[in-house]
Design a protein around this ligand. Sequence first.
Ligand code: ATP
Ligand code: MG
Length: 353
Amino acid sequence: MTTDNKEIILSGIRPTGRLHYGNYFGAIRHFLRLQEADARCYYFIADYHALTTITDRQEIYRATLDMLRTYVACGLDPHRSIIYRQSDLPCTAELTLLLGMVTNIGHLERGTTYKDKLSKIQEDPKVEGNPLSYGLLGYPVLMAADILIVRADLVPVGDDQRQHLEMACDIATKFNHRFGEVLHVPRPLGRDALRLPGLDGAAKMGKSDHNTLDLLDDPDTVLRKIKAVPTTTDPAPLNTDSNDPEIVLDKMPSGVGVLYRLLSLLAPEEVYLDYLDQYRKGGKFYGSLKKSVAEYVSQFNAPIIARYNDPAHDDAFIEDFLRVNAKRVTPIALETVEACREAMGIGHSLYRA
Ligand code: ATP
Ligand code: MG
């Protein structure tokens, strides 16, 4: 909590592509809700984190600005929320180094995201853009620094980040145990965290996995992508009377599951229930289901695309608020780093003093 007792919320997204429905329903929709609450919200673009994936110098800065433009198009307000670029807070890198001293390597090696990426890199060394790096292994330490540096109370992220968030809490607890109660341990992730499957039927939709439905996709693209989702003519029985998406979606083939998930998020309940009924009865309904899902998606995208194209949200507007917001977040971050240095015995930085 801050001195004014407002809750501190923090979350980031990597500029590794365009924002997709997983990002929206796993993260952005919570950002919007919390922005309305009486909280201090820090939302950042994780450009340091993107360096494990992106190698093109031009691409990373462009992707950062485009993503910020999409943030604004979704309704995030850089005056109410503190929206900044991770690398504009370079003391995060210093905190990462300090936290690294209390981080167990085995713990990092057992991380599921690390293990997944490691096996992908072993299959195709070019998949992450970069070879296996210290940066990739240390990803959760940098994420811990992002969170702990602003003394976050709550970190709204999708279910795919649950383990990283737990690692951040573990690192903070271990630090405090060794050096005194310096770091603020955030609250665990709420139960409403969701993981949206990919359009290819993979367990997760992800920017780097090229299986996304994007917030900026125009109606033709939406229809083409939805039509290509793999479905089956022989639906698995649901074996339950429940209509709750949390219960029934997992019982469907994953491509079908993502269509129903989108319907449950975007369509009126009776439409979702009607298609669920059709699923139970079997028959040929996927053509109509896909058309319907595509329409709801395009309806949802339309106002976001319109605001994205608003000429007022140009690069100069974005760079202006980035500059202002970097100044707003820096004092609390420096205070945390200085407290950690002091606790570890290095003492205050003479340069900053
Ligand atoms: P990348 O593939 O480059 O890692 P990503 O699509 O996983 O990109 P991130 O920038 O890693 O996106 O994550 C941004 C936020 O979106 C995080 O809070 C993460 O939990 C959430 N998120 C990402 N993918 C999904 C998904 N499929 N379902 C729900 N939430 C998601
Ligand atoms: Mg990710």
